[in-house]
Design a protein around this ligand. Structure first.
Ligand code: F6R
Length: 591
């Protein structure tokens, strides 16, 4: 959802901020803007669209400024609605990520007091509130303004002619980067990795004031110290590294990620702390999008090896369902750790006394603040909007959790670990042999609609394959349990609707073949994704993509990578903007 950045130091602020915004574009890319602050006052530069190849902007010499890349919520993408927003005196510039829910009433009151608004955004009220409350210092004006605002915010402000940045956060991410004689504020560490990896993660209600001399943090009026952490990610992790797209690079990182996850969590046994699960009566997963699909696979695997019932809910629907019990273990899965719906579901579960575990990829993210315990996926920064490597990293953690929860007489540990160790090589084989995938992508690229089907663990894979396809190629794609097709979706079958079938070499194999034959007689082109040992399926389908042989329980992983590549090459064939699909943002920090 929007990305914000602030800089104070000795470098050219226009350049630092442009670089930072480019790295945060995955958070929003319909418009962007920068304000730099020097002796002459504020210079503001705004543009509609993505930053693209721009390296710096001609905005005047300055070593202090703020910037914003936008994913529109209030008001269409336009230069007027792009941040930074200014007050009436044009001395205060504000960038904001989040939503000021009561902005309409604030705007009405401020307008009645004579403030003139120019944009349709919620953020502009912040600039005017600050103007109204500015009497001693900018910090003080912000502290006086915050109680009036309802909603979520990370805000960075600067005051013309003053060498000072002030920021605050509540339920939207904001971190402080500390360099040598320079400081950064940013929504995301990738924005500033080029300059520093020393980070302070701000807490809700923190207000940070930065000058050339240093910084101070207060929380609800009291001065606080926050730990400085060193981030293990490098700039290289956040760059394309010769790949045409981040998405392709990130898919290619999957074997390494599996190896690193195993190094982190596995010796001759699995060293994952799941003590929160002790005595639990049920596990409830809350997640959105791709993370929701990971949770669904987790359910199948955990229920197969343990006796613990597992519920998986869309985080956005969790309010409307049975509340978690005190003996429930709630697991929030969120790669960004900032998805508003997932965070709300986790908070609500905690308020009912449930234990809450977070599985996330981002150190210091909001999910880590809410959870009683955190298990990190080791995927490194994911820049492509479509989740790929983080999905596989989530699956690996879920498989490790499942094998820790396995109940006697099932002890899958040895089997799981043997399979895990072979997985990176198998995925490398898929990455090195994409001919069948690219050939089929060419055919799929000529269609407007397709259906994905699967059974058992293949069903969430069908959902995820369809999600990847629709989000980056804009081809309408739906995933269904294979058995559900005849209960309605059959009406869509025919030459114009190809079907992609996830076939797994287990007890579901025979019935999947029946379903495939049923589809074939309705005239749809069928692509099957199956294990290389499966010779039978070829008789009934038009095309087969073979994945290296794995035990059936691990087939979702090799199939997911294959379907990610299928979506990628289809979108590439069509010529889509793969890393930044229209209307989407990587981190959805509003409900
Ligand atoms: C799809 C995708 C989204 C996210 C969803 C949840 O490729 O990336 O569906 O999975 O927005 O995001 P996180 O995992 O950050 O909570």
């Amino acid at each position: 959802m929007c990305g914000i950045i602030g800089y104070i130091g000795y470098r050219d602020a226009g350049e630092v901020i442009t670089h930072g915004l480019k790295r945060m574009e995955y958070r929003g890319y319909d418009s962007w803007g920068i304000a730099v602050n020097n002796d002459d006052g504020l210079n503001v530069y705004k543009r509609v669209g993505a930053i693209g190849e721009i390296e710096t902007v001609d905005i005047g010499n300055s070593t202090l400024g703020i910037g914003h890349t936008r994913w529109a919520t209030h008001g269409e993408p336009s230069e007027i609605n792009a941040h930074p927003h200014l007050d009436c005196t044009r001395k205060l510039a504000v960038v904001h990520n989040g939503i000021i829910e009561n902005f309409l009433s604030l705007r009405e009151n401020l307008s009645a007091e004579g403030h003139k608004f120019v944009s349709e955004t919620d953020t502009e009220v912040v600039a005017h509130l600050l103007e109204k409350n500015l009497n001693t210092s900018l910090e003080n004006a912000l502290i006086r303004s915050l109680p009036a605002m309802k909603g979520s915010y990370a805000i960075v402000v600067t005051n013309a002619g003053k060498r000072e940045l002030v920021g605050c956060r509540y339920r939207s991410p904001l971190l402080l980067g500390i360099g040598d004689d320079e400081y950064f504020l940013a929504s995301d560490v990738t924005a500033i990795l080029e300059y520093t990896n020393r980070i302070v993660y701000l807490e809700d209600h923190d207000v940070v004031t930065i000058t050339d001399e240093g910084y101070t943090i207060t929380n609800s009026g009291t001065s606080v110290e926050r730990a400085i952490e060193r981030i293990p990610w490098s700039l290289e992790d956040a760059q394309r590294g010769g790949y045409e797209h981040f998405m392709l690079k990130e898919i290619h990182e999957i074997p390494k990620i599996i190896e690193e996850t195993l190094l982190e969590y596995v010796t001759d046994t699995i060293n994952l702390d799941i003590s929160l699960a002790a005595g639990t009566s049920e596990i409830i997963f809350f997640a959105c999008g791709t993370s929701y699909h990971a949770a669904l696979i987790g359910k199948y695997i955990i229920e197969e090896v343990s006796r613990i019932p597992v519920r998986v809910e869309y985080a956005s629907e969790s309010n409307y369902h049975r509340t978690p019990l005190t003996r429930s273990l709630v697991i929030g899965i969120t790669q960004s750790g900032e998805t508003a719906d997932t965070l709300n579901a986790m908070r609500r579960a905690k308020s009912f006394g449930a234990k809450v575990l977070a599985i996330t990829n981002v150190l210091g993210s909001s999910a880590t603040r809410i959870a009683d315990h955190v298990i990190y996926t080791r995927a490194g920064p994911e820049i492509g909007v479509a989740a790929t490597k983080t999905f596989i990293a989530q699956l690996i953690i879920l498989y490790l959790i499942a094998s820790k929860l396995a109940m006697p007489p099932i002890d899958e540990t040895e089997k799981f670990l043997t399979e895990f160790r072979m997985l990176p090589e198998k995925i490398r084989q898929i990455l090195d042999n994409t001919q069948a995938i690219t050939n089929i992508a060419k055919i799929l690229a000529g269609h407007n609609s397709m259906i994905y089907i699967g059974r058992n663990r293949g069903y969430p894979i069908a959902l995820e394959g369809a999600l990847k396809m629709k989000e980056i190629s804009y081809i309408h794609a739906e995933g269904y349990p294979a058995g559900e097709l005849k209960h309605g979706p059959f009406a869509l079958l025919g030459a114009k609707t190809p079907v992609v079938a996830s076939v797994i070499n287990d007890h579901t194999h025979e019935i999947m073949l029946n379903n495939i034959r049923e589809v074939k007689t309705r005239g749809s082109l069928i692509v099957a994704i199956t294990d290389e040992r499966d010779e039978e399926v070829e008789r009934y389908v038009d095309f087969t993509i073979k994945t290296p042989a794995t035990s059936a329980i691990f087939a979702p992983i090799t199939q997911a990578v294959t379907l990610q590549l299928l979506a990628y090459y289809t979108a590439k064939r069509i010529g889509c903007e793969i890393d930044k699909p229209k209307n989407l943002a990587k981190s959805v920090t509003v409900e």
